[in-house]
Design a protein around this ligand. Structure first.
Ligand code: G3H
Length: 261
């Protein structure tokens, strides 16, 4: 965490919580957090598509400071693409963010850097902020190629992305071996790759862009390990999976593990 970049804690619900459960969870989260918490960090939830309209209605109706977004989008803007959801549709639902290139999309849906790049460009066409995920698997980590792998994914995703667009992107470094496994990377592991991603942004664009971009860590983040992660200079928040499904625990994470708001 470095002064000048507001931390972001985003809860990726993955394929969990229906629209009724979504309303209850967001209500509990809003109740658990106060203005001081929202002044200190941006808080976002990333529910399944089918929950978004309910979340929008609740957030707008109760004027909540909770941000929200989707877990994916189509690289196309509309038309005969059965099953796809466009950036325009997400924008209409008031989404701020859209997750792109999550390792589960790369692994189970064979998304490659070219498709991820197409989705990043689609997000910008509709004024959505991408949360671009990168990160290595266990084999790559064991062979010591984790920095090169994550940086290459970053480069692949940012083709044709302008400096102005890049300055607003959110990156998430998620080592695949730490997702849902209880195996959390050490704060130093997180800093090593997040620092390398920021350095590469400075080379691809300039120092100003690199200094503006928020870089999150994701992988088994909980209220009892968030503080060490947030203490790293190039880590500006967390992308939280399993622990974001419990509103009380997620609220503790949004406070970086501290007990009072
Ligand atoms: O997007 C979130 C990550 O995949 C982390 O998931 P996790 O916190 O359940 O390990």
């Amino acid at each position: 965490m470095t002064a000048g970049r507001k931390p972001l804690i985003a809860g990726n619900w993955k394929m969990n919580l229906n629209h009724l459960e979504a309303i209850a969870t967001v209500q509990k989260l809003a109740f658990a957090l106060n203005d001081k918490d929202f002044d200190r960090a941006d808080v976002a939830v990333l529910p399944p598509y089918t929950d978004l309209r309910s979340v929008q209605t609740l957030v707008d109706g109760d004027k909540l400071r909770i941000l929200y977004g989707a877990q994916d989008l189509s690289s196309y803007d509309g038309g005969a693409y059965t099953g796809e959801i466009s950036g325009a549709m997400l924008a209409k639902l008031g989404c701020t963010f859209v997750t792109i290139g999550h390792s589960e999309r790369r692994q189970y849906h064979r998304e490659d850097d070219e498709l991820v790049n197409g989705k990043v460009l689609a997000a910008y066409r509709h004024s959505l902020t991408p949360i671009l995920c990168v990160g290595e698997g266990l084999e790559v980590r064991r062979s010591g190629g984790h920095v090169a792998h994550s940086v290459a994914q970053l480069e692949g995703a940012l083709r044709k992305v302008t400096a102005e667009q890049a300055a607003s992107i959110v990156l998430a470094y998620e080592p695949v071996w730490a997702i849902g496994t209880g195996e959390v990377a050490t704060p130093a592991d997180a800093q090593e790759v997040c620092g390398a991603l920021r350095s590469r942004l400075a080379e691809l664009y300039d120092g100003e862009v690199a200094a503006a971009v928020r870089i999150l860590y994701g992988g088994s983040v909980k209220s009892d390990n968030i503080a060490g992660i947030m203490a790293q200079p190039d880590v500006d928040g967390a992308l939280v999976g399993g622990a974001s499904l419990d509103a009380a625990e997620f609220a503790r994470i949004c406070r970086f593990g501290e007990t009072s708001g």
